[in-house]
Design a binder for this molecule. Structure first.
Ligand code: NAP
Length: 422
């Protein structure tokens, strides 16, 4: 229940603030949302109804979200000529926490990607992607129930920094010339050049966030995933900085399995029996891809650089039913800024057809409720999604691979999830 401002008749909401003890959301946080393009409005309608109902149920009406619609993508471009209006960016900046549906990527100039722009401008340095299987969801692997992982992907640098020069341009030719003179690197004039920055600061804050989260959530291990055997000073450095940080800041809570210290080996033996310390290990990205398929039970939290994380989180999502159900968030754990999002795109061929699967956005909303400190509502949402899928009442994408399923529209699926709360 909201109190309304008498002059403007807008709901009175609590500001979300970041304190030394973490995020404080109050009982009526104002949260900006972007419906998104394509299937965005369909899945947002379903997700919002589920989230509101879960919060109302969990807190008997004492808490509610004051939603604030903001615009980006095609709709914003049509109305304002801008893909990402300054007012939208400002709303996410001011309110700290927001949520969004998928956005179409502008074709032919302007912003390279709206999602990447938001992540960079708000310095949302962690891309968080939990991956778990809901019983009944069609999966291409025999034991999807063994997949229960959380990917911490670095979100601000690596090849996503956008430092690229097209082949044959003056810039590329001059840079190639400089690199040839300075380092003897042979780069021909027909070569596009990209730069992969991986800094100590960005690597450390990503690994710190993963370790803290893993400890807070009682997880078993954090694996630093890298390609350091080949890219020694970027991916290899990420691995080393990760281990160094783990020892320096979490030495009394973790066991590092990089073989660097005898003491760690002894601690590792202890861990094997009492399981009280978080294990920090590392693995080379290409081997991780095959082991996630063959031995998923050996992996828990994965911390990795940007491009590895991009590939890994989609590959893992496929193991548990595809991008229609994979939730995600982009977070800065220092400032508190966070944008929760559907991880799939706008699926334009289903736009406005009330067909798409809203699970990714619904479950991203559950992650948001957790982040606000409302875990009771988050659990209600997850359990209701699980129950609904268990009843084989699913959208077209699951129905086509599920025996005996009832194919539901987006809205009907959302209503059934809301009805299954609690
Ligand atoms: P996409 O929109 O993710 O759709 C690809 C296919 O994935 C769909 O045709 C559909 O497959 C399936 N799919 C995606 N979301 C689904 C859902 N909720 N329910 C059921 N099926 C779903 O990828 P795209 O076609 O490559 O990209 C379209 C636009 O989205 C582009 O402009 C792209 O840049 C943008 N994009 C945005 C984001 C984001 O905002 N985070 C992410 C990725 C892409 P079937 O037809 O086989 O059923």
């Amino acid at each position: 229940m909201f109190w309304y401002d008498a002059a403007s008749f807008t709901p009175m909401a609590d500001p979300i603030t970041m304190t030394a003890r973490g995020l404080v959301a109050g009982n009526h946080p104002r949260i900006p949302f972007i419906e998104g393009d394509g299937i965005g409005p369909d899945i947002w309608r379903a997700a919002r109804a589920v989230l509101d109902a879960a919060v109302a149920k969990a807190y008997a009406g004492r808490r509610a979200v004051a939603w604030e619609q903001v615009y980006a993508g095609e709709q914003a471009f049509r109305d304002t000529g801008e893909w990402l209006p300054a007012a939208t960016e400002q709303a996410f900046r001011d309110r700290l926490v927001g949520i969004k549906g998928p956005l179409a990527t502008p074709v032919g100039g302007g912003i390279r990607s709206l999602n990447v722009a938001l992540r960079q401008r708000l310095d949302l340095y962690v891309c968080l992607r939990p991956v778990r299987w809901f019983p009944g969801v069609p999966s291409p692997v025999r034991h999807p129930e063994l997949v229960d992982m959380v990917v911490f992907r670095e979100n601000t640098e690596d090849v996503y920094a956008g430092y690229e020069l097209a082949a044959g341009t003056d810039g590329a030719v001059r840079l190639a010339d400089f690199l040839g003179r300075e380092y003897g690197w042979r780069i021909g004039p027909d070569t596009g050049i990209g730069i992969k920055p991986v800094s100590r600061a960005a690597s450390e804050r990503l690994v710190r966030a993963a370790l803290r989260w893993a400890i807070d959530h009682g997880r078993r291990s954090v694996t630093l995933v890298h390609k350091g055997n080949i890219q020694k000073y970027t991916e290899g450095a990420f691995r080393q900085w990760g281990y160094d940080l783990a020892r320096r800041e979490f030495g009394d809570r973790v066991t590092c399995l990089d073989g660097a210290a005898d003491a760690d080996a002894a601690a590792a033996a202890a861990t094997a029996t009492d399981g009280s310390r978080l294990v920090v290990k590392d693995a080379i990205a290409d081997s991780v891809f095959q082991q996630l398929l063959t031995r998923p039970e050996e992996y828990d939290v994965l911390a990795t650089t940007n491009l590895n994380g991009d590939y890994l989180s989609d590959a893992l999502a496929a193991q548990v039913g595809g991008i229609g159900i994979a939730p995600g968030a982009n977070i800065n754990y220092v400032t508190g800024h966070a944008v929760f999002e559907a991880t799939h795109g706008t699926a334009p061929k289903y736009a406005g057809k009330d067909m798409a699967n809203p699970c990714s956005l619904i479950l991203s909303g559950a992650m948001m409720l957790d982040y606000l400190g409302w875990p009771e509502a988050a659990r209600l949402v997850e359990e209701a999604v699980a129950r609904t899928i268990g009843e084989r009442f699913v959208t077209y994408d699951f129905a086509r691979a599920m025996e005996g399923a009832v194919q539901a529209s987006t809205s009907a699926f959302g209503e059934r999830v809301a009805g299954n709360l609690g």
